[in-house]
Design a protein around this ligand. Structure first.
Ligand code: PBG
Length: 336
């Protein structure tokens, strides 16, 4: 077909994309610093920040430096941080005892942040993996071949109450035990912490993308062995209906926010959960998602800034109201 006159088209969608102004006018999804929650790693002592090899640019901070980091995130408009401890080996045991230590690292970190930057929302993880020698999110059965559900839930509920008493705004159970959201809600209410919210890791998949995080908190020791497989509690990546069922259960049990994790490979689940619930939906762009963008950029194979933006935009477009991401600070600087 030779070209001699314009095609006789009713619609030319490209008219909407001709210039940047025209494109901006019809942009459906935008990112802002208020969309992000910054996950932060904390260590004890007074030592220098520790880099994490598989997560370029992410540091483990002592409590004092953590407070500084929180101040700067707050100034940049990031509304919340999510804290994860990296404990020395001597604080770990099979029962995760240190999770209930009233002078524990996380509780001290929460107190320090809330007194220095009270306006910043603080989220703490409720799971035993940083505290157990075996790296599981709960305690084991007497046979040692699985995580014991109900006994783990009892410990996690106590853990959540301690975190609430330390002043945390939101507790985030990431353990995937059955019934933990309801048990935590009840424990919080009984302790007078009815205003402490629960962000449930509802659709948390048994993902290989958590690898770098396990380096960061030192829970990867038994990784790859049969014992450390989290397949008996985290969701099978093949399953969509189970993810929606978990989200519905957590909502019924009193979750204030529903989370999907990881984010990038589970955009369909984010969309499904968005359509199922009236609660805010959070999505966690996990360590491996961050690492793969950095690794490819380092090789010169991908453009870091553009992939970062596109990956986050996709998560928001899928339906997430909030995104936990290690890119939070970089993005807030860019967008602020
Ligand atoms: C465990 C927990 C994990 C992450 C957050 N909380 C890893 C796991 O389930 O082993 C992963 C976060 C990331 O990869 O960035 N309670």
């Amino acid at each position: 077909m030779s070209f001699d006159r314009p095609l006789d088209l009713v619609e030319r969608p490209r008219r909407l994309r001709r210039t940047e102004s025209l494109r901006a006018m019809v942009r459906e999804t935008t990112l802002s610093p208020a969309d992000f929650i910054a996950p932060l790693f904390v260590i004890d002592g007074k030592g220098a920040p520790q880099p994490i090899k598989s997560m370029p640019g992410v540091l483990r901070h002592n409590v004092k430096d953590l407070v500084k980091e929180c101040r700067s995130l707050h100034k940049l408009g990031v509304p919340a941080v999510a804290l994860f401890p990296k404990l020395a080996a001597r604080f770990k045991d099979a029962e995760g005892t240190h999770a209930l230590d009233e002078d524990g690292l996380i509780l001290r970190a929460v107190q320090a942040i809330k007194s220095a930057v009270p306006g910043l929302a603080v989220v703490t993880d409720v799971a035993l993996d940083p505290y157990t020698t075996h790296g599981h999110d709960g305690v084991l059965t007497p046979e040692g071949d699985d995580v014991a559900n109900d006994r783990s839930v009892a410990i996690l509920s106590e853990m959540a109450v301690l975190q609430a008493q330390a002043g945390v705004d939101i507790v985030a159970p990431s353990d995937m035990m059955d019934g933990r959201v309801g048990a935590i809600r009840e424990a919080l209410d009984n302790a007078g912490a009815e205003n402490t919210a629960i962000m449930a890791y509802s659709a948390k998949f048994n993902s290989a993308y958590y690898g770098p995080f396990r380096d960061a908190v030192g829970s990867s020791k038994a990784a790859g062995t049969r014992l450390l497989s989290k397949a008996t509690y985290q969701l099978d990546p093949a399953n969509r209906r189970q993810a929606l069922n978990e989200a519905a259960l957590d909502e019924d049990e009193g979750a204030d926010y529903i989370m999907v994790k990881p984010a990038g490979a589970y955009l369909d689940i984010i969309r499904d959960v968005r359509e199922q619930t009236g609660r805010p939906v959070a999505a966690y762009q996990v360590s491996g998602e961050y690492a793969q963008i950095h690794a490819a950029a380092k090789l010169g194979w991908l453009d870091l800034e553009r992939c970062r933006h596109e990956s986050l935009l996709a998560i928001k477009r899928a339906g997430a109201d909030l995104i936990l991401t290690y890119f939070a600070k970089d993005m807030a600087k860019l967008l602020g």
